[in-house]
Design a protein around this ligand. Structure first.
Ligand SMILES: Cc1cc2nc3c(=O)[nH]c(=O)nc-3n(C[C@H](O)[C@H](O)[C@H](O)COP(=O)(O)OP(=O)(O)OC[C@H]3O[C@@H](n4cnc5c(N)ncnc54)[C@H](O)[C@@H]3O)c2cc1C
Length: 422
């Protein structure tokens, strides 16, 4: 690598950042990818870690291992805390240093989103959200511990609150979690307890929207709702939670006593908009131009969940496909630029379709005019998720685990893992 190679700094090794790094593999540039975690995380399967199907190591891979063949790329573990757009520096903090500057010629911000409690941050203490592996393990601990506590509890009047699970948000995460808990209580847990009946667990899914999985066509939402009901999930729509505290949640004035409330409702973007001091949309995502750059900064790109771009009058959704396509586009654009080739036409998202799983052997699929629900959609769901896992070793291990779980009902990782300080 020559001293003069332009430096491309990528912040975030999620779907967008990784796709950009991969697209720059053969470009005559020096790539520095910085992430606060040492691993790329396959977030669509986080709920399976939270519900004990998969182990954390099956949905995450070290970023430096994924990019080991990208000889122009250095991976750095660190937390980016700001950008000086005039000096073209970003600032990185790690275990024992704060605000270390790193210079860039091109900057790609792909920092994703974080939880949002819609102004009720006090809910967070009682209702953890699902965004990282640590969150998934904490939720897994919480769910498994509720059954253990109920088995140990002599007073049957306390069983009800211990065996009531409330999920706030009926988007894909809430629906997938609720149905996975329902399958778990009727499957692997059913015969293992003596004092309690795990199948008596109450699972409540709450959303202020009037149908679950609202980004899908109404008939698919309806199919998902029927399936949830058949699995024993209580679907309460049209009203959000009024309150969440240590006793549970209050919905439409009714107190639902529960030791396990899980937040699957809102997300807020990373602070990239503040770092750049640029225009954001109402949700706080950075408004980007058609080539995914920030106005007045042709050298700064914002992609994935952190970016806001309208296509055909509608904002692009915060999904993995958008992030990956934007990452590839940005990497190619920079590669062409340094090679002296003209820029490509503005970014256009190609929507391959959406999938959501509702319990064992059932999913919904919407792709163009195709609408499918049931087992065939579930087979597509399995194939797509295996395809997009970051490494072949994960594909093999997840596939074997799914076959085992499907056939035997047994889950792969039902451990309560205590951390120091728990
Ligand atoms: C539970 C859950 C389920 C989902 N299910 C689906 C699904 O089924 N289908 C689908 O298409 N999408 C799904 N999504 C959404 C999908 O995961 C996101 O759209 C996608 O991850 C966005 O990619 P990204 O690159 O923008 O951000 P991310 O993949 O979130 O990556 C952001 C990266 O930036 C790093 N980072 C953040 N801030 C900093 C910082 N300050 N310094 C250093 N590093 C930083 C993070 O550690 C992370 O690695 C789901 C999301 C969640 C949370």
């Amino acid at each position: 690598m020559s001293q003069q190679s332009p430096v491309v700094v990528i912040v975030g090794g999620g779907f967008g950042g990784l796709a950009a790094a991969r697209a720059l593999k053969k470009a005559p540039v020096e790539v520095i990818l910085i992430d606060r975690n040492n691993h790329h995380l396959f977030q669509p399967l986080l709920y399976q870690v939270a519900t004990s199907v998969l182990a954390p190591g099956q949905i995450g891979s070290p970023i430096r291992s994924i990019l080991r063949n990208n000889e122009n790329t250095t991976v750095i573990l660190g937390d980016v805390t700001g950008v000086d757009t005039a000096a073209r520096n970003i600032f990185v903090s790690d275990a024992d240093r704060t605000g270390v500057p790193i210079s860039y010629d091109y900057l790609i911000l792909a920092t994703g989103v974080q939880h949002s409690y819609f102004g009720h941050d006090e809910f967070e203490k009682y209702a953890p959200g699902l965004k990282s592996l640590a969150d998934a393990v904490a939720i897994r601990n919480k769910i498994l511990r509720a059954f253990e506590q109920a088995e140990a509890e002599e007073d049957p009047s306390r069983h009800k609150e211990l065996l009531t699970f409330v999920l706030v948000g009926a988007g894909p995460t809430g629906v997938e979690m609720a149905s996975a808990i329902a399958v778990m209580v009727r499957g692997s847990l059913k015969r293992e307890f003596r004092r309690i009946d795990p199948t008596s667990a109450r699972i409540v899914l709450v959303d202020m929207a009037t149908r679950p999985l609202g980004t899908f066509a109404p008939e698919l939402s309806e199919a998902a709702k029927r399936r949830l009901t058949r699995l024993g999930v209580e679907v309460r729509l049209g009203h959000g939670v009024d309150l969440i505290d240590e006793q549970g949640a209050v919905v439409e004035g009714e107190r639902i006593s529960s030791k396990t409330v899980i937040w699957a409702a809102g997300v807020a973007p990373s602070p990239a908009g503040k770092w750049l001091n640029t225009e954001t949309d109402r949700a706080g995502r950075v408004r980007v131009k058609g080539d995914l750059t920030v106005p007045n900064h042709p050298e700064i790109f914002v992609i994935g969940d952190t970016a806001s771009l309208d296509q055909d009058g509608k904002p692009l959704p915060g999904v993995a496909q958008v992030a990956m396509q934007q990452g590839r586009y940005t990497g190619n654009l920079i590669h062409r630029g340094v090679a002296g080739k003209p820029s490509p036409s503005p970014f256009r998202y190609f929507d391959k379709g959406n999938l959501a799983v509702v319990g064992k052997g059932f999913a919904i699929l919407q792709s163009g005019k195709v609408r499918l629900s049931g087992f065939p959609a579930w087979v597509v769901w399995v194939a797509v998720h295996l395809e997009f896992l970051a490494q072949s070793s994960l594909r093999v291990s997840v596939f074997v685990q799914w076959v085992w779980t499907y056939v035997t009902g047994q889950r792969g990782s039902r451990l309560i893992v205590k951390h120091h300080g728990d």
